[in-house]
Write a protein that binds this ligand. Structure first.
Ligand SMILES: [Zn+2]
Length: 429
């Protein structure tokens, strides 16, 4: 009667499948979003694409994309960016990457995609410009690229607030003021004539309050489209993201925005934030908000626990950068398998710093492609991103990545190395 496999612990297929499913669920969060807007000028636009698919090995992986475009001086640049930016970013991604490689290649693809979108839009000779806050969520990793002042904030389930976008307002960003004056622009307030200066700091010619945007060909090419990029990995406890145009942030602090909608589902939360912002300051500008909850599958509820005081301090001690202490790594992974981590942060406006060679896989596949617009370059015709670089160091002018001559012109104009043709008074100062 006794079976020779009696002592063999067999696991029923159903259990195996359940385990597989559980792993999958731990690996991939549920993404729930909502948005709200009150329009004054009709120049705020949003992009929401969940369940985007890409081929990984012989399977398919999904990611979500969210964008906010706050246009000024017309809505053409905002609409153009909404319609083309994602494709331009994806075109700069090498194919056949696993998930980690894909996430690591995103910051560079963001830079190429933003510059390409700006260049294409300017070639259409339309006025107007736009801020862009562009978010890609792949697994538990949030990647944000931004120009302008539409902020993106993150509250992980563990507590604390993280700013995932830069604020490219001339008024508060001294580094950008220095970059613009070094590139030949002028920064000052509006002069009413009698010597009185009013309003925020602006860049002249043009009078824009922002130091970075997409579009704005009439302002000067030192208003660059090179995005600040930040990547964070959430723990599997998840978190809440809020992306809003300046209409919200002029009225509410990050903490106030998070607190006013705690416990609400994303669509109600977004409506509440817009309502509070408008109620506080009146509808003086387009006011748009996207709320995104990144949730573990087991508990598909909005983050509703009021946070304890002192969470920031507690959280800071939990927060750690990726480190390479190999001796303790294995043990640490066991004790703290699941932490919030800062993966990447870079805000330089310099293309040679941003399209670097740290990610060699891109070069292997794309040696004879322009690193920005992805057109094919004949061998010998590409211009190294390092040519004319003030930091020769280890980089040689014949090292890639390479730009086509048109993108090289764009780069030089952005760095103030040649008048952009559209700029007047380029010989003054
Ligand atoms: Zn090019």
């Amino acid at each position: 009667m006794s079976n020779k496999n009696e002592n063999h612990q067999t696991v029923p297929l159903s259990v195996l499948l359940k385990r597989e499913l559980a792993n999958e669920k731990i690996e991939r969060p549920e993404i729930v979003h909502g948005q709200a807007s009150q329009s004054k000028k009709g120049e705020d636009f949003t992009l929401v694409k969940t369940e985007c698919q890409r081929v990984v090995g012989d399977g398919v992986s999904t990611y979500s994309v969210f964008g906010l475009f706050d246009g000024h001086n017309g809505s053409a640049a905002a609409i153009y960016s909404k319609e083309n930016l994602l494709n331009n970013v994806l075109a700069a991604m090498p194919s056949d990457l696993n998930r980690d490689e894909w996430v690591a290649a995103l910051p560079r693809a963001f830079v190429a995609g933003f510059v390409k979108t700006d260049k294409e839009f300017q070639e259409r000779a339309q006025t107007s410009g736009t801020t862009v806050t562009f978010v890609i969520i792949e697994g538990w990793v949030i990647s944000v690229a931004s120009v302008g002042d539409s902020r993106c904030i993150l509250e992980p389930a563990e507590g604390g607030v993280y700013y995932l976008s830069a604020d490219h307002r001339l008024e508060i960003n001294e580094e950008e003021r220095l970059r613009i004056t070094a590139s030949g622009g002028e920064v000052g307030r509006l002069n009413t004539g009698g010597g009185a200066e009013i309003g925020p700091l602006r860049c002249w010619p043009g009078g824009l309050c922002l130091s970075r945007s997409v579009g704005d060909m009439d302002v000067g090419e030192f208003i660059v489209p090179v995005p600040y990029v930040k990547q964070m990995k959430l723990s599997s406890a998840g978190g809440r993201l809020i992306i809003s145009s300046d209409g919200v942030w002029d009225a509410l602090s990050a903490e106030t925005a998070l607190d006013c909608c705690r416990g609400m589902a994303p669509d109600a939360a977004a409506a509440q934030i817009v309502k509070d912002a408008v109620g506080h300051k009146g509808l003086r500008d387009d006011t748009t908000c996207i709320v995104i909850d990144i949730l573990p599958h087991e508990k598909p509820l909005p983050l509703s626990q009021p946070k304890k005081q002192g969470k920031g301090v507690l959280f800071k001690s939990m927060f750690r950068k990726k480190h390479c202490d190999s001796s303790s790594n294995v043990e640490k992974e066991y004790i703290e398998p699941d932490m919030v981590e800062e993966l990447f942060e870079e805000g330089s406006a310099s293309l040679s710093e941003r399209l670097d060679t740290k990610y060699p896989l891109c070069n292997m596949f794309k040696l004879f492609m322009c690193a920005v617009c992805q057109v094919e370059i004949k061998p010998g015709e590409g211009i190294s991103i390092h040519s004319g670089s003030s930091n020769p160091g280890k980089l040689r002018p014949w090292d890639g990545p390479f730009l086509c001559s048109s993108c090289q012109e764009k780069r030089e104009a952005m760095e103030g190395k040649r008048p952009s043709g559209r700029r007047r008074d380029s010989d003054s100062d």
